[in-house]
Design a protein around this ligand. Structure first.
Ligand code: HMG
Length: 452
């Protein structure tokens, strides 16, 4: 079996930003620390008037193709993962391919195209599809283009409004990848759940508090399932643990649970025993409530230990740096978390080649997936070539009143005319609807004088 995985990435953020502690909190009458510390998001990325899942996906993909000096003829398949689709038949990948074909000489006629749906999990599932396609030898030597693109918007006033985000990540999945290779082993935790769903509606119906519990339960099952095929994991075996990040506060909960699970019956559990005791085992208790109470006490102690805090600072904190700046990108979120960890290591000058990442993906409805990735020798230059930090810094900062208008612009139930806040410059834009209610796009060339 050959090595296959992520060879290159590019990221496109929605061009607007909402400052949660300084712009959103005062209007909501809430403490800015709720966003900075509790939820953990400082800015949400939002799309400008002329942006949507197609433009963001096509823009990320064009940056990727240009950087890798590839043309449509070189790509074997295009899979788009999204939960913000606007068509139940025609996949977003055909729109994105159409955009790209309008600016390159070759086309994607030969390429298999699809759209993957399983809430936020489908970005990882689309990578799986590409990985399997390569391993089956059906790829004719060509890489797959996987694009995760979403406008993660909630109903105004929903508690989820503080976790919104919009952006796309384009990933090239190939043999002998430059960034990470993907493990053959995987673990799953899957159940029929209704805590977050969009039954033919744009904005989700959400039971936020329950969704947190469902996420944790499925993630725990996926880890146990992964260990049943790959053997016991140890927290120090991984250089970073990127999780699906709807908001960094969620990862704080998942990380503690994961640490507790992976230290069980290890030297770390033994070393901590004199401080906080050993972990309660369910079979030692007569009732679940007694066990749960004991476990809560153990977790409260564990969270305070130096061992856990150091592990969290090293392996988790670097994965959530960009989520703090952009919010939830749904299908792209776990892939931003991986990028965040690698970007942070590259900036710190860490040597990661050959190190492993434990990646925890999740989608409501619900399913978690765990696999391991191995960082490849060329990872650093591949990560340093991504231009995400620059585009984040140039987002337009919305006032609250402007935020209300842009939310209405992207609300399919409303007709709102608003002038764009930014100027398109070397990018695809949405231009309106065609004869069959299809969405229409065009490329706006870069203004002369601006760097390419
Ligand atoms: P909320 O109820 O407004 O917030 O919304 P809260 O009161 O629970 O506060 C959030 C945290 O801030 C808490 O931390 C507070 O203590 C803390 P915790 O106790 O949980 O650790 N806090 C403060 N900290 C410091 N200073 C303060 C302060 N005030 C409060 N002054 C909720 C939270 C998650 C319900 C909401 O954001 C929501 O509904 N979000 C959408 C659903 C969601 O993201 N769920 C996550 C799991 S499901 C998932 O990940 C899938 C998803 O990505 C979709 C998909 O798969 O397609 C969503």
């Amino acid at each position: 079996m050959s090595r296959a995985g992520i060879d290159a990435i590019e990221i496109w953020t929605g061009k607007l930003q909402l400052d949660l502690p300084r712009t959103f909190a005062p209007v909501k009458g809430s403490d800015p620390q709720k966003y900075l510390k509790g939820i953990g998001i400082e800015y949400s990325s939002l799309p400008d008037v002329y942006e949507d899942i197609v433009t963001m996906g096509a823009n990320a993909a064009k940056q990727l193709l240009d950087k890798e000096e590839l043309a449509p003829a070189d790509i074997g398949r295009i899979d788009v993962a999204t939960e913000s689709s606007f068509d139940n038949s025609k996949p977003v990948s055909t729109y994105i391919a159409g955009c790209l074909e309008s600016v390159y000489e070759s086309n994607f006629t030969h390429a298999n195209k699809g759209e993957r749906k399983f809430a936020c999990l489908s970005g990882t599932q689309a990578i799986d599809d590409a990985y399997n396609w390569i391993q089956a030898g059906r790829h004719r030597g060509k890489p797959a283009l996987v694009i995760a693109t979403d406008t993660a918007l909630y109903e105004r006033g929903d508690p989820g409004e503080a976790t919104q985000g919009a952006g796309a990540i384009a990933m090239l999945i190939d043999e002998d990848p430059d960034i990470v290779s993907i493990s053959h082993s995987q673990g799953y935790g899957s159940a029929d759940e209704t805590d977050f769903l969009k039954p033919n509606q744009q904005f989700p119906s959400v039971d936020g508090k329950r969704s947190v519990q469902v996420y944790l339960a499925r993630m725990r099952e996926a880890l146990a399932d992964y260990e049943s095929v790959a053997g016991k994991t140890h927290p120090d075996a991984f250089a970073a643990v990127p999780f699906h990040t709807p908001f960094p506060g969620m990862v704080r909960k998942a990380a503690l649970l994961g640490y507790r699970h992976t230290i069980r019956n290890t030297d770390i559990e033994d070393d901590l025993a004199s401080d906080i005791g050993t972990q309660p085992r369910r079979n030692e208790f007569d009732s679940n409530s007694e066990f749960d109470a004991e476990m809560r006490t153990y977790m409260d102690g564990l969270k305070q230990t130096e061992a856990y805090q150091e592990w969290y600072a090293d392996r988790i904190e670097p994965t959530i740096q960009f989520a703090r700046q952009v919010g939830n990108w749904y299908t792209g979120s776990v892939h931003i978390a991986r990028y965040s960890a690698l970007h942070s290591a590259a900036t710190a000058g860490d040597s990661l080649s050959g190190e492993q990442l434990l990646v925890g993906s999740y989608g409501s409805g619900a399913e978690a997936e765990i696999h391991v990735e191995t960082v490849q020798p060329n990872w650093k230059s591949a990560i340093e070539s991504v231009t995400f930090a620059e585009s984040l810094a140039s987002r337009y900062d919305l006032s609250f009143e402007e935020y209300e208008r842009i939310h209405d612009v992207h609300n399919a139930q409303k007709e709102t005319e608003v002038e764009p806040f930014t100027n398109p410059d070397g990018e695809f834009i949405f231009t309106g609807w065609g004869r069959m209610n299809e969405r229409r796009y065009e490329y706006r060339p870069r203004q002369s004088g601006n760097a390419s």
